[in-house]
Design a protein around this ligand. Structure first.
Ligand code: ADP
Ligand code: MG
Length: 729
């Protein structure tokens, strides 16, 4: 086995950076060539078909069957001219990945042979055999039917000769089985609620769009080394490995120059992304060795999320070309930083106003404050739901560790906005305000600097931070589908905005002037949600104490965090906002519990296998060598000399023996714990059992293996070590 490790290292030494051919000099010349975007639709579609799709994109209207037929013809013409032979409905099941089943364009031709065909019916709807996707019990396996339906708001694209059509995935009885369906509903809910609130300030606003700019962190590991680590291959993370003597202590990786092989990978990736119309903008080294980040320019949220899912997919494919493997796991290596996916989120009106950008006058600033304050209140009221939306087996390793947002939800606003909120709280009085008081308040509100963007303190420890013209939800895991978090966030903000409108309207009906009604309700919200505002160090122990005092929740258990999805108030909220039904929420929670259980189960099995079949034999082999050596020493030397020469060796033999015995015993216990957990029927109880009784063994066993790694001859050690995984490339 050690042979495998050394062969892998040798392979890495012989790697040459790949030469990447750019599609064209100017990115703008080839941007989107593989996307059926508006310019192409204009060219390939009739005027009315173009209008139908445009309306679908701009106003979420449906495309009828007759129009769909026309669109299908145009799409097929474009796709086949551009080398596509197949088409697929592309969707986001609840697996953290995308799914596709390809069909060739061909049908039998009259009189023999085949002909390329594609119809509105096929474009609009498909019925993939959906029985093997997680559904959390909505669709029993015998009821295999689910269907995919075209999401005309996200353009079709070609990947490797296949026309991919973004779709939603729904059970035959109408329940969502994917991320996209509730995401579109949540975006609709925010649109409706935010537009209504905007009406207080500007009657011409008719639509509010959600924007998402994700920052994707990832690790790149050489393919040969990766293949020599069964734990990476099967679980996405290392289940063992002693810390490298050097890792990120010197902070010499962050923003440093990008190694050539990696640089070529990024170039290749960007090239492919541009062809697919994904506006990737930044690339840099992250904090941990071999950790990197890519981020696009933000886009409409549904499109942005499709782009994130698509990019993750092509990142994996392109990595293979460069003999890398890309790791999206939230914590592939113990002791160095893990990976997240910051979700930069904002709302803009169809009049071109970013509702999270301070404006130029008191009125637009009041609108800005209205949205900020309602968002803070929504987060305060829904801490547990937001946590549920980002929690997973992988992400749990990050949350609470000293590198990632803590498992306590708090909101960072920065000095400028915090000061303004404090001022409003004081200046708005409970009685009718005098004209002077109002003028003074408005003057102050008008004084929020237009560009706080540049001077916002960049608090990196907050899970939910205002960063000048947007909120940044940073607690999202790197492997997650952004929609999970975005569904929750948009839903709670929509609900809060609706509630705000009800309260303000109520006061107006009672004869309070509009601006004063807004002031009063905002003041109330500021007071009610104060506890969640925190600008200090979110990683500190003091914050944990302080947050507890403030009554904020801090849930570290994964199943417990997920269970927020099925709380009564959460079900009511989602139902009210028409985003997820009770049944859909329950199924989602089920899926999450199951995912958690299975991930820990797989990790436990892999660790058991590696421990017993790789590590123990290696340790025993080395121990045997030591024993032989001791025996030989005894033959050659006098008893006194022997004692002094062999003492250290004997100690080492004992130490190895101790670790080997401990590993064997603990693996046995872990198997027993799994057996007990496996017979539990209830999914949450089973997940809890895995968390409490199986997961701890992963660390226990690892401890002994890592000690053995330090003791055993390097020549014998079978698995690539941390220093090799993190530094060799
Ligand atoms: P950092 O937070 O690391 O400084 P960047 O400035 O590169 O990151 O921005 C991160 C992401 O935020 C990018 O995708 C960017 O397009 C996006 N972004 C910038 N402004 C907004 C906005 N108003 N709404 C949503 N996303 C935004
Ligand atoms: Mg950021």
């Amino acid at each position: 086995m050690a042979e495998f490790r050394f062969k892998a290292l040798e392979a890495v030494l012989n790697r040459e950076p790949l030469v990447v051919k750019r599609e064209d000099n100017l990115t703008s010349d080839f941007y989107g060539i593989n996307v059926f975007d508006r310019p192409k639709m204009k060219k390939y579609l009739s005027k009315e078909a173009y209008k139908a799709v445009s309306d679908a994109i701009d106003n979420s209207t449906a495309v009828d069957r007759k129009m769909a037929d026309q669109v299908a013809q145009g799409m097929k013409a474009w796709a086949t001219e551009n080398g596509a032979t197949h088409y697929t409905h592309w969707f986001h099941p609840l697996t953290d990945g995308t799914a596709e089943k390809h069909d060739a364009f061909i049908v039998h031709a009259e009189g023999g042979g085949v002909v390329e065909a594609f119809s509105g019916k096929v474009l609009s709807q498909q019925e993939p055999d959906a029985s093997s996707f997680p559904s959390g019990g909505i669709r029993q396996t015998f009821e295999a039917r689910g269907y995919t339906a075209w999401d005309a708001s996200s353009p079709a694209f070609i990947v490797d000769g296949t026309l991919c059509i973004p779709t939603v995935f729904i059970s035959y009885t109408g329940e969502a089985l994917d991320y996209k369906t509730p995401f579109l509903r949540a975006l609709g809910a925010v649109d409706k609620a935010a537009t209504a609130v905007c009406q207080y300030f500007d009657k011409t606003v008719t639509k509010v769009q959600t924007n998402l700019g994700w920052e994707q962190e990832y690790f790149l590991i050489d393919e040969a080394l990766y293949m020599a680590r069964p734990d990476l291959v099967l679980t996405g993370r290392t289940l063992m490995g002693h810390a490298s003597s050097k890792d990120q202590q010197l902070d010499d990786h962050y923003f440093s120059s990008i190694p050539t092989r990696v640089y070529r990978y990024m170039e290749d990736l960007e090239n492919e992304a541009y062809k697919l119309g994904i506006p990737v903008k930044t690339r840099h080294n992250e904090v941990a060795p071999n950790q990197f980040e890519v981020a696009p320019i933000f886009e409409e949220a549904n499109l942005a999320n499709d782009h994130n899912q698509l990019l993750m997919d092509i990142m994996k494919k392109i990595a293979r070309r460069h003999k890398f493997q890309v790791l999206f796991h939230e914590k592939p290596f113990a002791g160095v930083n893990g990976s997240g996916k910051h979700n930069n989120w904002s709302l803009t009106t169809d009049t071109g106003v970013n509702l999270y950008s301070p404006g130029r006058n008191p009125k637009s600033n009041l609108q800005f404050l209205t949205f900020v304050i309602n968002t803070v209140k929504a987060v305060y009221d829904n801490q547990d739901l937001l946590r549920a939306s980002i929690m997973s087996a992988g992400n749990a390793h990050r949350l609470g560790a000293n590198e990632a947002p803590p498992s306590i939800l708090s909101v960072f606003l920065g000095t400028e906005v915090s000061t303004m909120l404090n001022l409003m709280e004081e200046a708005v009085v409970d009685r009718k305000m005098t004209p002077d008081e109002k003028t003074a308040l408005k003057l102050n509100i008008g004084r929020i600097p237009e560009i706080i963007l540049d001077n916002t303190d960049r608090n990196r420890t907050s899970p939910f931070a205002f960063t000048g013209n947007r909120f940044e939800f940073r607690a999202v895991g790197s492997s997650a589908n952004c929609a999970g978090a975005m569904i929750a966030l948009n839903t709670v903000v929509a609900a809060q905005l609706e509630q705000f409108k009800v309260e303000v309207d109520g006061l107006i009906e009672k004869g309070v002037k509009k601006d004063e009604a807004i002031f009063q309700v905002l003041k109330q919200l500021i007071i009610e949600s104060k506890a969640i505002r925190f600008d200090g160090n979110g990683y500190s122990e003091e914050w944990v104490q302080e947050a507890a005092k403030r009554g904020l929740t801090n849930v570290k258990s994964v199943p417990e965090a997920i269970s927020a999805y099925t709380r009564k108030d959460v079900k009511k909220l989602f139902e009210k906002m028409d985003v997820l039904s009770e049944k859909e929420l329950e199924s989602r929670a089920e899926v999450e519990y199951e995912k958690f259980t299975m991930k820990i189960q797989i990790e436990a099995r892999v660790l058991g296998d590696l421990a017993i079949n790789h590590i123990v034999p290696t340790a025993v082999e080395y121990q045997t060598t030591l024993l032989t050596n001791v025996r030989n020493l005894k033959e050659v030397f006098s008893p006194e000399e022997f004692e002094s020469l062999a003492a250290g060796r004997k100690e080492l033999i004992r130490e190895i023996g101790g670790h080997v015995s401990a590993i064997k015993a603990k693996v046995k216990e872990m198997v027993e714990a799994r057996k007990v957990a496996n017979v539990i029927e209830d999914t949450i109880e089973k997940a809890k059992a895995y968390e409490l009784t199986v997961q701890p063994y992963l660390n226990d066993i690892r401890y002994h293996i890592d000690k053995l790694e330090l003791a055993v001859d390097n020549e014998l050690w079978p698995l690539p070590k941390y220093r090799e995984l993190l530094f060799v490339k």
